[in-house]
Design a protein around this ligand. Structure first.
Ligand code: GDP
Ligand code: MG
Ligand code: ZN
Length: 447
């Protein structure tokens, strides 16, 4: 018997768990008992038991053995809570990796904040939080940086802990205790105004459930992974975001300090100086190990690698083309819809690649020898340098009022375009003569 009420929505034929990436048909999904007597799941001792139901209410909710009406679902393999949206939308897994201190947590905070505010206005896409409990840490960071009532106070986003908020302990079958990364889950679906929106179809086939994984950077230092803390999500993801931090790279340090009048104080810190090409190499190695169909050593990893030059505010002086963030990669069309200008984005990528080539050629080499498709995108979570803490010189603080994120949503727009081109359309760049008296003889770019 099918253990879900399927009348309201079409279910996917196969569901992928965002915690352990186990694939299963929807009728194997477990329910989480709601009755207070049913505590202590064998795999998650602090939580209520999981079960395969035989009784349902007329609304389609499962009834547990003590008569409790249940609402929440769980994965049959790891027993963690499975947001219902995974049964309905195809997932887009995106993992973020990079050396410790490269700016992952701040980038993730700024990216999700910018997506919350610009996907709807620019692209008529609904961006909804689908796992409020898991996303709550990010919510605290949003408040700190972007919605802070004390906008003059110096703040810092706490360093990601190896265990804790981003990892969930599970006693797997067979007794092994593992820490699974906690995904951030959002749905992205066409809304009124989007060319693919159809009010008669509540489940738009273009909708995606976005699962993002932040990681403590230590995991990506060679040898940093343990079997109890897998990062298989790198292999499951079709898009991987590698953050390169110019402030910890020796040649960038020398070049910026020689050229900039007031270099970012991070160029002078001495605690975080990781060889970033090795972090990238380690990431590529893990992906190869975890891929379902093994690759020959000579084969490149399929899918996208997006190399993000994080903290780009700190090194933009080294770039041949100035003011890269002003390049209009998102363009509004006369009908109010927006498109991504892929050509402009690729031109920016070439400029950033040129800058990396001059100072950190080993990173380009590692990226392009391991991955089939690589693009280089500059981002800045703050839009400016933070301030060094007087008492703790390896801590850097920022005032919320000074935060002006630059381009942090662009990598995700690019990722969405790659997996679902109709969700984020691209503009064709054409030069057309615009008719009309006042425009006679003038060229205008059209979308
Ligand atoms: N100049 C500059 N510094 C940044 C930016 N984003 C983060 N940082 C600094 O980089 C440090 C490490 O950032 P964090 O996000 O904690 O890195 P993680 O360890 O990779 O998660 C922080 O102390 C920030 O002050 C940025 O956009 N520009
Ligand atoms: Mg972090
Ligand atoms: Zn699972």
């Amino acid at each position: 018997m099918n253990n879900l009420n399927t009348s309201a929505v079409d279910l996917r034929a196969q569901v992928t768990c965002p915690h352990c990436w186990h694939k299963f048909p929807p009728d194997e999904v477990l329910w989480i008992a709601s009755h207070s007597d049913l505590t202590g799941d064998p795999m998650l001792p602090a939580e209520n038991q999981r079960f395969l139901p035989t009784r349902f209410t007329v609304q389609g909710h499962a009834i547990d053995v003590k008569g409790g009406v249940c609402e929440h679902l769980a994965c049959p393999n790891c027993h963690l809570n499975l947001p219902r949206v995974f049964l309905e939308m195809s997932p887009l897994f995106v993992s973020i990796f990079g050396a410790p201190f490269c700016g992952k947590s701040n980038f993730l905070t700024a990216m999700t904040w910018q997506l919350k505010t610009s996907l709807r206005t620019n692209f008529h896409l609904d961006f909804a939080d689908k796992s409020p409990l898991a996303n709550q840490f990010l919510g605290q960071n949003h408040t700190k940086l972007f919605n802070n009532p004390q906008e003059e106070d110096l703040v810092i986003i706490d360093k990601t802990q190896q265990a804790g908020e981003l990892y969930q302990p599970v006693n797997m079958k067979g007794g092994q205790r593992v820490l699974l990364p906690r995904p951030l889950v959002y749905s992205i679906s066409p809304d009124k105004g989007h060319h693919a929106f159809d009010p008669a179809r509540p489940r738009n086939p273009l909708s995606r459930v976005l699962c993002l994984y932040d990681n403590a950077g230590e995991q990506f230092l060679p040898g940093g992974e343990s079997s109890t803390q897998p990062c298989k999500h790198l292999a499951v993801s079709k898009v991987r975001l590698f953050l390169f931090d110019p402030t910890q790279h020796p040649k960038f340090r020398r070049a910026v300090v020689a050229k900039a009048k007031d270099p970012d104080p991070q160029f002078m810190q001495s605690k975080y100086l990781y060889p970033q090409d090795q972090v990238l190499a380690e990431g590529a190695l893990r992906i190869r190990n975890y891929l379902e169909t093994p690759l020959a050593q000579s084969e490149k990893i399929p899918g996208q690698l997006v190399v993000l030059v994080s903290k780009f505010d700190s090194c933009q002086a080294l770039c041949r083309r100035k003011r890269l963030f002003e390049v209009p990669v998102i363009r509004k069309l006369p009908d109010g819809a927006s498109v991504m200008d892929l050509e402009a984005l690729k031109a920016v990528s070439d400029d950033v690649r040129g800058m990396l080539g001059e100072h950190a050629g080993e990173v380009i080499n590692e990226a392009e020898s391991s991955f089939q498709e690589v693009i280089y995108i500059p981002v800045s979570a703050f839009g400016r340098s933070p301030q060094q803490d007087v008492e703790r010189p390896d801590m850097f603080l920022i005032r919320p009022k000074d935060v002006h994120s630059q381009w942090t949503e662009v990598p995700m727009l690019y990722a969405l375009h790659k997996v679902a081109p109709r969700v984020v359309p691209i503009g064709q760049r054409q030069l057309n003569v615009v008719p009309g008296e006042e425009n006679r003889g003038r060229w205008k770019e059209t979308g």
